[in-house]
Design a binder for this molecule. Sequence first.
Ligand code: HEC
Length: 144
Amino acid sequence: MKKLTQALVFGMIVAGGIAYAETEATDPTVIARQDLMKSFGGAAKVLGGMASGEVAFDAAAAEAAKATLVNGSAEIAAKFTDNPSDPGSEAKPEIWTGWDAFLAKAQGLNSAATALDVASAEGIGAGMGAVGGACKACHTDYRM
Ligand code: HEC
């Protein structure tokens, strides 16, 4: 599994996830929610690269990445409503036994992403900790 070394803040989160995904999901619902998460990983990589200076700051790309996180986090509830059995899923059953607490984690990402100042690389860097923390907070409790 390839490690994503570029993303300063998100590297651990994203690479860790990919390393665990040994079985490919086959259920369309599971694939769709994993695709949503992959879009988060892509956005985090873009923003992390700009914050660290590895990627040149690009206002439009930063806005687009922020929008992916803001809009995507609002879709988490709908993407996780069903819980089909799929050995390729890393979602813990606690999501569906503690639905409101899970939604609170989704809201945490939405708030952190909404607050992210993407007008400069410095602004992104200042807000990345909160965004990365929101990813981690949910993964710690709800992802295998
Ligand atoms: C509300 C909870 C929650 C939040 C917030 C969250 N994730 Fe996830 N993430 C999950 C769960 C649950 C899975 C496992 C889904 C599955 O396999 O069915 C997952 C899986 C992933 C995966 C693996 C996808 C795959 O291909 O299997 C990546 C990458 C990922 N998340 C990145 C992120 C990033 C980056 C953020 C923050 C910007 C984030 N996630 C925020 C719950 C969350």
